[in-house]
Design a protein around this ligand. Structure first.
Ligand code: SIN
Length: 307
């Protein structure tokens, strides 16, 4: 059964034995039911992992889990990735707080542009997860886009042209925006913003600004899916092309990936837990909930050198 109108993608749910999957949109995403994330059996986990790679983004409602539970569930996918931005919460270095207080007035929020997580690292995270604790009554949704579907919908000529290209991924724009628009504080971006008062950037930030060059078209090591690997936040240029050549091409590709037909949108609630395949999804947060508190916790799983 093909339910995406282009006929290029099939987001229908498999008939699982230990979980239930309910597709969220034609392009991607599914709600998973019948799972308590603090006690996932091996049989359930195998189906959850299969559903993640099938639907690209999956989520669970009404979970009540501790940081320890989030760590334990996350670790079943593999070792934690080094986090590019925070030191974690006390006692849980791999659980990263993502908190905006009700009285915070920020010119930007973490994740506000379309992006893939930490692509400036030589080995970007494979999987990202977020657990929602305190959620605004409206606003603060997250959008995802399916970059494998976007790749499948390119012409053969464009695919041939893109095949040898490498994209330079860098933290440069995030650093500049945080330094310009964010007050130094304890938030993720506040710590990045604080670097503007330093005589020189710390070495780890310098490395992230230099970034990494990755294949513009990458192949998923588990599913074999081919997908576009570029975004509107970290992709700075294409190796061997001038900025005048690379910018319109990257602009086209990001607009192509993020067109509404390739996306899904999650309305968070307290207890919602979402995870996505960071190798072939872009995602975007919104800075649209001033006056309300939003508190989520993030874990990321180590990935390989993109190929
Ligand atoms: C992120 O980019 O990981 C944050 C997404 C969100 O806060 O909705």
């Amino acid at each position: 059964m093909i339910i995406h109108p282009t006929g290029k993608f099939d987001n229908h749910a498999r008939d699982y034995a230990h979980i239930e999957a309910l597709p969220l949109a034609a392009a991607m995403g599914a709600e998973i039911r019948g799972v308590n994330l603090s006690a996932v059996s091996d049989a359930q986990f195998a189906e959850v992992r299969d559903a993640l790679f099938r639907h690209k983004m999956i989520y669970f409602r009404d979970q009540r889990i501790s940081h320890g539970d989030q760590e334990a569930f996350s670790r079943r996918f593999g070792p934690f990735a080094p986090d590019a931005y925070t030191q974690g919460v006390p006692g849980h270095p791999d659980v990263q707080p993502l908190i905006k207080e009700a009285d915070a007035r920020a010119g930007m929020v973490f994740g506000a542009g379309w992006h893939t997580d930490s692509p400036f690292l030589p080995q970007p995270p494979a999987i990202s997860m977020l657990y929602g604790v305190d959620i605004p009554p409206y606003g603060g949704d997250t959008l995802w886009a399916n970059a494998a579907l976007a790749y499948a919908l390119l012409s053969d000529t464009m695919k041939t042209m893109l095949a040898p290209l490498k994209v330079r991924m860098s933290m440069r724009r995030v650093l500049a925006t945080a330094q310009a628009h964010q007050a130094p504080d304890d938030s993720i971006l506040g710590r990045v913003a604080a670097t503007r008062d330093l005589p020189q950037l710390p070495q780890d930030i310098v490395r992230k600004v230099e970034g990494s060059a990755h294949p513009l078209v990458r192949t998923h090591p588990v599913t074999g899916d081919r997908s576009l690997y570029c975004d509107g936040t970290y992709a700075l240029g294409l190796e061997g092309l001038t900025p005048a050549e690379a910018e319109p091409l990257l602009g086209f590709l990001v607009a192509h990936i993020t067109q509404p037909a390739f996306t899904c949108r999650l309305r968070w609630a307290p207890g919602t837990f979402a995870l996505w395949d960071n190798r072939l999804c872009l995602h975007q947060a919104f800075n649209d909930y001033d006056g309300f508190r939003r508190e989520l916790y993030r874990t990321t799983i180590a990935g390989e050198t993109p190929a």
